[in-house]
Design a protein around this ligand. Structure first.
Ligand code: GTA
Length: 150
């Protein structure tokens, strides 16, 4: 299949502040990597469920569940590594926006997994977005962390 994903600015709006390289290297990684980031997951979704869904576009090399750095429990994201770029692109194309555990998940191209990236970067241990959320989300620990502290 010819790649529909040739412009790094169009395939992902996310820029990782901790990427160890320049913009050109980041763009290059996004265009060639076989890793996707999955966001807006429920804290209760298991690795088995993730495997079941994502192996629909191809054979998986590895799944890394995102964890709260304090509690070491799932905090609503994961990284998935495929063997082939076509399977990776199909995951973004066909699985992003589908429902997993009653939630529309977001599948985004990623520059590549490195040890340490599995931990939430928020000050409370989970994801940054869960610090600032003001809604009540039972699948993601209730209110956002800052609201909980008020
Ligand atoms: N490929 O979209 C993504 C993505 N996200 C959101 C996180 N990761 C992602 N990777 C890809 N695409 O390894 C990766 C990170 C890291 C792991 C956990 O997941 O590279 P994190 O979510 O805890 O923290 O990361 P991150 O991404 O460093 O936080 P960032 O970029 O500051 O903020 C993420 C989102 O939080 C923002 O897009 C915004 O929606 C919200 N947010 C941040 N700051 C504020 C604020 N001050 N007010 C309101 N909302 C905010």
């Amino acid at each position: 299949m010819a790649s529909l994903f040739k412009d790094p600015n169009k395939i992902s709006a996310y820029r990782d502040r901790r990427f160890p390289g320049n913009q050109e290297e980041f763009d290059e990684a996004l265009l060639n990597s076989t890793t996707v980031y999955v966001g807006n997951m429920s804290f209760y979704t298991t690795e088995e469920q993730v495997y079941e869904l994502f192996s629909r576009t191809g054979e998986l090399k590895k799944i890394v569940m995102g964890l709260d750095k304090n509690s070491k429990t799932p905090c609503g994201f994961c990284f998935i590594m495929y063997y082939s770029r076509d399977d990776t692109e199909d995951a973004v194309k066909y699985i992003s926006g589908t429902i997993l555990d009653d939630r529309p998940i977001r599948v985004d191209f990623d520059w590549g997994f490195q040890e340490g990236r599995q931990w939430g970067r928020g000050r409370s241990g989970g994801q940054v977005r869960d610090e600032y959320r003001t809604d009540y989300d039972p699948g993601r620990g209730g209110y956002g962390k800052l609201v909980q502290k008020e």
